[in-house]
Write a protein that binds this ligand. Structure first.
Ligand SMILES: C[S@@+](CC[C@H](N)C(=O)[O-])C[C@H]1O[C@@H](n2cnc3c(N)ncnc32)[C@H](O)[C@@H]1O
Length: 298
């Protein structure tokens, strides 16, 4: 499946039809204009992350870039593997918080990544058996695995949108096929916003995505830090950015908090991902990601 290739020009009528057929075969919604070809000449975020989590949906270019870059990470590649596992655990805690404490029964996971255990719908459905979930990602390898993500979900209550956060309106339109946007929605953007430079206006894009959601909706995000182990992380991402199709922009605690501006920050505020409401207070490792959850009150 990893060898599947698509045209670079989905906007052309012939290609669009082909895309739509591919998406339909995989049971996913397709937003036009998303990048479409699996590129094995550069490392890609979804695949590097998959490699760090021990997955097999990655290529030599991803593995080589990760090994070289994460040698500079504080503690090396083994420490980053612990960090990404902690990151997934934080995602699970946020989804449980949404379901148990925030009264949320439907979820929009933007930048879902290649499916792993404890995906949003699995965690949500342990709390709320009929939870509705929409996944969004723009990586074609994620698309090839979307079927696996949706495999055992009955009744269309879980769907996947092949879309790009740089264009929120089509994502909202497609998400509304599965979610009832007149009810609160729990949005998660884990590990995606550092792929946006300031010039991309990530705060404006978040604003566009959150605007039509009703009060009681929440946004949770994680973001690589510029102000924790700054020297080692700068070196890691200088190396990684030289090998990746998309560059990473590290941000400080205050810059990450500003991305949640206009929403009401939930306790404990923006903290290291491993310290966001940890299940065990005592031994949370030292994550290199900031994490914050905020609620829309009006
Ligand atoms: C590091 S992975 C995180 C995966 C998952 N959210 C997690 O935390 O375990 C980041 C994901 O964001 C996706 N991504 C990056 N830029 C995106 C964009 N503009 N629109 C949609 N997805 C994007 C990548 O394809 C990748 O799958």
């Amino acid at each position: 499946m990893l060898g599947t290739r698509w045209s670079r020009q989905p906007g052309r009528p012939g290609n669009r039809g082909r895309y739509l057929r591919l998406a339909r075969r995989r049971g996913v919604s397709y937003c036009t204009g998303v990048a479409q070809e699996i590129d094995t000449t550069k490392a890609h975020g979804a695949r590097v992350y998959d490699y760090l989590l021990g997955g097999t949906a990655n290529f030599e270019v991803d593995r080589a870039a990760a090994e070289r870059a994460y040698a500079a990470w504080p503690g090396g590649i083994d420490a980053v593997r612990t960090d990404v596992r902690e990151h997934r655990a934080a995602l699970g805690r946020v989804v449980r918080y949404y379901a148990r404490d925030a009264g949320i029964t439907q979820f929009l996971d933007v930048g879902s990544g290649i499916p792993r255990e404890n995906s949003v719908h699995e965690v949500a459905r342990r709390e709320i058996p009929d939870a509705r979930v929409v996944y969004v990602d723009r990586d074609p390898v994620v698309l090839t695995h979307a079927r696996q993500l949706l495999g055992d979900t009955a009744g269309g209550a879980v769907s996947y949108v092949y879309g790009d956060l740089r264009d929120p309106q089509p994502i909202l339109r497609e998400a509304a096929q599965t979610l009832d946007l007149s009810r609160p929605t729990g949005v998660t953007m884990f590990g995606i916003l550092h792929f946006f430079a300031d010039a991309d206006d990530p705060r404006g894009l978040i604003g566009q995505l959150m605007a039509p959601l009703v009060p009681g909706s929440c946004l949770a995000l994680t973001h690589l830090a510029s102000d924790l182990h700054s020297e080692e992380l700068s070196e890691t991402f200088n190396r990684l950015n030289a090998a990746m199709a998309d560059s990473v922009t590290l941000r400080s605690h205050d810059e990450v908090a500003a991305l949640l501006g206009g929403l009401d920050l939930v306790e404990p505020g923006v903290v290291q991902a491993s310290r966001w409401r940890p299940d065990r207070e005592t031994d949370a490792p030292d994550s290199q990601m900031w994490c914050g959850v905020a609620r829309k009150d009006s």
